[in-house]
Design a protein around this ligand. Sequence first.
Ligand code: DQA
Length: 145
Amino acid sequence: MISVLILNGPNLNLLGKREPGIYGSITLDEINALLENEASLLDLKVCCQQSNHEGVLVDAIHATVDMHQGLLINAGAYTHTSVALRDAIAAVKIPTVEVHLSNIYSREAFRHHSYIAPVAIGQISGFGAESYRLGLHALVHHLRR
Ligand code: DQA
């Protein structure tokens, strides 16, 4: 069975309380429950992890080898700063879909650049929790094509 790692970066543990005007009122636990439900409909396994620490996220990407066939990532602010996360994805060559709750291109200029995008299959940005569900479908479509 296909297994997908769902990886969330810094401050996403605060979803629900964090800037609800931008990120909505859904919590990360609720997003993960939605994805677990979607995974059972799609007949695949998901494993959900979150960390506020760049090195822990790098380690989680390394650990996908032989464990997961795909990566769905919301790297939070590290999207815009982390060469290390980009290099980790490139190193293990795991098929990756990048997601964001908000539309990063309609916000501050510093959010318009993603270090992850060039090593991802594609990116979904701006649909709230639905970005994750759409991203999971896109990733599985790619893996099963
Ligand atoms: C985010 C967008 C990032 O710019 C921000 O730093 C986040 C969340 C999103 O999901 O919209 O932490 O990745």
